[in-house]
Design a protein around this ligand. Structure first.
Ligand code: IVH
Length: 676
């Protein structure tokens, strides 16, 4: 390559390979060898090298997942081998019949060896590889012609852009399911709700909508994942005799394969697998709607062939739906830890996916009015994994003819009578009572003692209610002052349970900084953010000293969360809780902060980017600014130092002008970044 020192080109190539390796270990093998931080470090080095020498950038570089500009629409993608669907079975008998048909057609006495796998409830996708590089991703469409979604599929970290090893066919295609894991789905909807944007009814719709995003930069922000479940044409790979063996090969080449796939012997083995996965279903981090059994031996698959659009060698065994119909008895308001008022539908109890459900969240007033849920309505209720059950929609045609009342946001808190306020433009209404409100106090305590926080066993919901009502506990610190006599005076507390509780309270005093930070209940500081704060700053004192800009140096922390942290740690009431916790002997060892605050040339400056840049993508600009110690924020405020204005800028440019923020052209930015 002209002009680039050999050493630099070699280093970039080595970094690409190393990052691909770590990606593979992380996604396909679930055996990461380095920490996220070390990974980020390698990634940053490559980003910087590529930024300094743009000629080094190749499309299959791990930095180029957001490779293209938004696409105008979806080009049709013709499938070389049709994408089939599966027949469904719902009962043990139907699976028995399926197995019998298979044995009769093959003229085998059995038992047949089946490959059994979870059936992901997501979106089917076909990925084509040529010379080990991803060249096309397509949705199923009508099975013959789908849509070309390469631009968004590339942004999924677990989709390899480049394969591992070298013994893959020159050209082949794999099929799999793209899905959105529960935690990502919840977080995504939460953000959308807060921003007043569209929320998705379930993870499947969210996956489909995200994959069909025209803008890869937006798609890249969606938490999608994939499991590959087979080859489009097994004959493309030489020497394979069965399905499970093919999955093993695919994993070696870098694809993410469901670790629950395995062989099952005969109908009996399949049914045992069905029950086993059924037990696991609620703990999985993604939605499944059944399991799939496939005759494992490829020669037999060929012999069995297909009828119309489904193979004779496979069947989906479905689980009971996680969506059910019931009626709403009332719509009530529940007050949460931060005072947020959440409308809750009290339901006629109904079994959903095997669990009795009698309450479902309606999230907030906007959702409540959008879904238009009223007492007496017939509704579809959904639950998935750990996700709180929710009302998906109302069966309007079944609304009782008599007049029904539209539930309204109360003007005073149902728990304490304080005023309810709703900030303009925010979806959430809050009780203004703070810790004077018994409902908020109880929720704050429940959170404080929960398993991932201080983990105080034996301090359950009912006991907390009693402690708050008897005014024995007001703030979390009061827990550490409880005496045996006080506890013995409470309902259902005998000598033994009091002793156990005091012991677990005592045990919780030896805790860790991340647990404490999480337990405090700072708005939007979940476990991951608490861990990241702790890693970055090492001690509570250092977190307290950090200003909003410094807080944002920790991964995951943006201006809003930083604002919540600062506000929390400035409140005298919270400071007193912290100092009393220390006084009562709660302790959390400090550690060395991982990094010194960035001291690059741009340290202390905050940039906002708006409009399209011509010489680099926004992500490139962002990482170059960050690599020199600068910050990049998504919104203009008094703290913004520069706004970089590209082509067709948005409203941010106007706002910047109003606030008198210095404007930079792309050329001026490039100059600041040291050229090229
Ligand atoms: S095999 C010819 N395996 O279910 C075999 N499908 O109704 C075709 N699906 O569109 C599919 N998990 O998107 C297979 N482990 C799995 C699957 C799976 C989910 C989806 C797939 C397909 C639909 C079939």
């Amino acid at each position: 390559m002209s002009g680039i020192p050999d050493k630099v080109a070699e280093r970039a190539a080595a970094l690409r390979e190393e990052i691909d390796q770590h990606n593979y270990r992380y996604h396909a093998l679930s055996e990461p060898k380095i920490s996220d931080r070390e990974y980020d470090e390698l990634f940053r080095e490559l980003t910087e090298l590529e930024a300094a020498h743009p000629e080094l950038v190749v499309p299959q570089s791990p930095t180029q997942r957001v490779g293209s500009a938004p696409v105008a629409g979806f080009a049709p993608a013709e499938h070389e081998a049709p994408m089939l669907s599966l027949d469904n079975g719902f009962s043990d008998e139907e699976i028995g019949d399926f197995d019998r048909r298979v044995r009769e057609r093959l003229d085998e006495a059995g038992p047949i060896s089946y490959a059994a796998e979870p059936k992901l409830d997501g979106v089917a996708i076909a990925l084509q590889y040529v010379d080990g590089e991803l060249v096309r991703a397509a949705t199923r469409g009508d099975g013959r012609i789908g849509e070309n979604v390469t631009h968004s599929a590339r942004t999924i970290d677990s989709v390899p852009l480049c394969l591992q090893g070298s013994d893959y066919p020159q050209r082949f295609e794999v099929r799999g399911e793209v899905f959105m894991p529960h935690d990502g789905f919840e977080a995504f909807n939460e953000r959308a709700r807060a921003a007043g944007e569209k929320v998705f009814a379930n993870p499947r719709n969210a996956a489909a909508g995200s994959l069909r995003q025209l803008n890869p930069e937006v798609a890249a922000t969606r938490p999608l994942d994939i499991f590959i479940y087979g080859l489009a044409r097994p004959a493309d790979v030489e020497g394979l005799s069965g399905h499970l063996e093919s999955l093993k090969r695919l994993r070696e080449w870098g694809f993410k394969i469901n670790p629950l796939a395995r062989l099952a012997s005969g109908a009996e083995g399949c049914l045992a697998y069905y029950r086993e996965i059924g037990e696991l279903r609620d703990e999985l981090s993604y939605d499944i709607d059944g399991v799939v059994y496939k005759v494992d031996r490829f020669a037999w698959q060929r012999e069995l062939g297909q009828v119309s659009r489904a193979p004779r060698w496979a069947i989906a065994h479905k689980y009971p739906a996680q969506e059910q119909v019931t009626t709403v008895e009332a719509v009530e308001w529940q007050v949460g830890r931060t005072g947020a008022l959440t409308p809750v539908a009290r339901l006629k109890p109904v079994l959903v996916g095997g669990v009795m459900v009698s309450n479902a969240t309606l999230h907030n007033i906007d959702e409540l009015s959008r879904k238009d849920v009223r007492a007496g309505d017939t509704v579809y209720v959904r639950r998935a994994g750990d996700v709180i059950p929710e009302v998906v929609r109302v069966a309007l045609d079944r609304r009782p003819p008599k007049r029904t009342r539209i539930p309204r946001l109360p003007s005073t808190c149902p728990a304490c009578g304080s005023d309810v306020e709703r900030i303009e433009g925010e979806a959430v209404a809050r009780c203004t009572g703070g810790l004077d409100c018994p409902a908020q106090r109880k929720e704050a305590l429940r959170h404080f003692v929960s398993r991932l926080a201080m983990d105080i066993e034996g301090l359950g919901t009912k006991l907390i209610d009693q402690l708050v009502e008897a005014k024995l506990v007001e703030t979390p610190a009061d827990i550490y002052r409880l005496s045996g006599e006080q506890l013995l005076g409470l309902e259902r507390m005998g000598e033994k349970s009091v002793k156990n509780l005091l012991q677990s309270i005592e045990k919780s005093k030896q805790t860790t900084l991340p647990r404490l930070l999480y337990a405090l209940g700072i708005r939007e500081v979940g476990e991951a953010t608490a861990a990241s704060l702790s890693e970055q700053f090492g001690s509570l004192e250092a977190v307290q000293r950090a200003d909003e800009a410094a807080l944002q140096a920790a991964p995951d922390i943006g201006p809003i969360v930083a604002g919540h942290i600062r506000a929390f740690l400035r409140q005298p009431r919270n400071l007193s809780v912290i100092s009393r916790l220390k006084e009562y002997g709660v302790n959390w060892p400090s550690s060395e902060p991982l990094t010194e605050p960035a001291k690059g040339k741009l340290a202390g400056s905050t940039f906002v980017l708006t409009g399209t840049l011509s010489g680099m993508t926004r992500n490139e600009a962002k990482s170059r600014i960050q690599s020199m110690g600068g910050k990049v924020s998504s919104s203009i405020s008094g703290k913004t130092s520069y706004v970089v204005v590209g082509d067709s800028p948005g409203s941010k440019a106007e706002k910047a002008r109003k606030l008198g923020v210095t404007e930079l052209s792309e050329d001026e930015l490039v100059e600041m970044l040291g050229g090229t």
